[in-house]
Design a binder for this molecule. Sequence first.
Ligand code: CA
Length: 228
Amino acid sequence: MSRWILVAEDEPALGEMLCDNLALESYHAEHVLTGPQALERMARGGIDLLILDVMLPGCDGFEVLRQLRGRGDHTPVLILSARSADRDRIRGLELQADDYLPKPFNLRELLLRVDNLLRRSAPPGPGTDLLDFGGNRVDFRTMRARTRTGEDVELTATETKLLKLLAAHRGTVVSRKIVVEHLFGSQAALTVRTLDNVVLRLRKLFEPDPTAPRHLLTVRGLGLRFDG
Ligand code: CA
């Protein structure tokens, strides 16, 4: 599964260069220019790693990080800073940044650090082919599941992808837009309806009471959330 990276960098050329290079490494990369934009984008969910410049308009990177951690968002954060003073590095680490790279940086080093952070946090991948919740077991590799009543069922590729995406962001809301893009690509038009149908079938399979779901939750106006 491709990972989503948000780059918060107010220097347009640098932000674009980073996104281009991340895309070459097969990541999905998005770019925002200000602190508030970064917070707003993170709130919509679905981001696996944030590359965060310190000097940003609106509110600086430290403030973005403080607010993220304050609202319980533990997405890995790599801080980029032109200010290489120890004080800044320590401040970032105090605010629970996961890594810190002073500018100017070596691009290869940045990409390696990104890869390391994602590997450390990686929920999907080998060894996590199984998802257990509420007495159900899903095997992502074979796209089969055994429900809490002992029934063996086959899942479609879309159902498997949706469960995998939501499980990778367990406990946090993933916006419908992100889900739709992830499942169907951005061109799809009839996809909100399709998504609803996918969610309905998964609830029928895995929820004791599909009308009062405990695992596959719709958060009105925001998106979907998986609680394991
Ligand atoms: Ca800056």
